[in-house]
Design a binder for this molecule. Structure first.
Ligand code: BGC
Length: 420
């Protein structure tokens, strides 16, 4: 009997020891690669750091500056090649699917089932966070790119009203110019220019055209007169930037609007994160309008935390991160600061400002009405190689290396074809 008890105790002790050892070995740290380095972005990230700290997880930051994430994705590629995966990385759309196809992503399905993500996350996001039936990423938010961000005081000063067509927008920019204000705040970097061009294409050709050209890569649409007209419109609008726009970061362009040095920026709603960080209020300090001619449609992208196939002792941290990210309270608190809207359909809009409430309502309407489209500039229209080819042609046009809309269309068709 004594012997039996002793043996049992030894086994029990050994088992307890093993469990303790496994627990003790769990890495209580989240290593995150991201490109959220502007004031508004950092403030939003702090919400997440705070939530994880409460659960005892340290934060190991891997920031790679550069809006749009191209530099971050180069850094990620190097880490993955070296086999040193972060716990998670900020990623956009097709990039998640590429890494999943390469077999380096983890599997969060158990957490997803427990938390009911399939019921709360919209299908447009599940398309990019589920691969081969497995959850490989946790969507953080939904951003939308077809917005105008306007300084209200400047708007009042020039007697401007909401532009309802592309022609109205040009007339408004003329007014600003006549009043001696920089009309259009733009950073001359390829991803910013292409992000603006997404809106121009939707405005010029309408929802069906955008979808065919930039989500389905339909060649007839890409080489059409409508695409040519879109480049004509791009040519017109960029006449309203200041001479120092080349290379400027997007948040510095937003700051020009916040300070009243410029009238308007065409940018995704991460720009609103900068207004919020500067303690500015919609309708009092700034105005958010849909890019003229795009009302009723939403061009979206979503930041995803791509979850890699990390060693076992890091899996608990990954689950904690994913669970925190998709919790309802985080979805509200984070997106209020970030400028985006929740990646779940069941989060109340109570805490959001007027632009956020509009963003949530617009997303729902577009989702219901079939007018929710992936942003080609932001990795949701086509795989990265195609998106890069697109950004390249747009920036060459903006900076005068492509000199006509005819040539731009020709090069776009060829570049996309080569990249496919
Ligand atoms: C991301 C945003 C980010 C923006 C500028 C976009 O690609 O989706 O979260 O704020 O780039 O850095």
């Amino acid at each position: 009997m004594t012997k039996f008890l002793t043996t049992t105790s030894v086994i029990a002790l050994a088992l307890a020891g093993a469990v303790t050892a496994a627990r003790a070995a769990d890495v209580k740290e989240v290593q995150m690669l991201h490109w959220w380095t502007s004031g508004g972005e950092a403030a939003a990230l702090n919400v997440l750091k705070g939530d994880l700290a409460k659960e005892g997880f340290a934060w190991k930051d891997v920031p790679v500056a550069g809006g749009g994430g191209d530099a971050a994705m180069t850094a990620l590629k190097a880490m993955v090649a070296a086999g040193t995966y972060p716990t998670a990385s900020q990623m956009l759309g097709y990039t998640v699917l590429d890494y999943a196809a390469a077999g380096v992503m983890g599997d969060l399905t158990e957490t997803a089932v427990k938390e009911g993500w399939d019921k709360s996350v919209p299908a447009a996001l599940q398309k990019f966070s589920v691969y081969d039936g497995k959850w490989v990423a946790a969507p953080v938010n939904v951003h939308s790119v077809n917005w105008l961000w306007i300084n209200k005081a400047v708007m009042d000063k020039i007697g401007g009203t909401e532009p309802k067509s592309f022609e109205d927008l040009i007339a408004l920019l003329e007014k600003a110019k006549a009043a001696g204000v920089i009309p259009l705040a733009l950073g001359g970097q390829n991803w910013q220019e292409a992000t603006m061009f997404d809106s121009i294409v939707l405005s010029t050709g309408g929802p069906e055209f955008y979808k065919k050209a930039f989500n389905e890569l339909d060649e007839d649409s890409l080489k059409s007169d409508t695409m040519k007209k879109s480049f004509d419109n791009l040519g017109q609008i960029i006449k309203y930037v200041d001479p120092n726009f080349s290379g400027r970061d997007w948040n510095l362009a937003t700051a020009m609007v916040i300070k009243g040095d410029a009238l308007v920026q065409v940018m995704g709603d991460w720009a609103k994160g900068e207004f919020v960080a500067a303690k500015k209020t919609p309708d009092t300090d700034f105005l958010c309008y849909r890019f003229p001619g795009t009302d009723g449609s939403v061009i979206y992208n979503s930041d995803m935390f791509g979850m890699f196939n990390v060693p076992d002792d890091q899996k608990a941290a990954q689950v904690a991160l994913a669970t925190a990210t998709l919790s309802k309270s985080f979805q509200s608190a984070f997106n209020v600061v970030k400028g985006s809207v929740p990646a779940r359909t069941d989060v109340p809009d109570t805490d959001f400002d007027a632009c956020g409430k509009k963003g949530i309502a617009d997303l729902k309407a577009a989702n219901d009405g079939g007018t929710l489209f992936g942003s080609l500039a932001q990795g949701y229209g086509a795989p990265p190689a195609v998106a890069n080819a697109y950004k390249d042609v747009v920036t060459k046009f903006v900076h005068g290396q492509i000199t006509s809309s005819d040539q731009a269309v020709e090069e776009l068709v060829k570049a996309i074809d080569d990249a496919k």
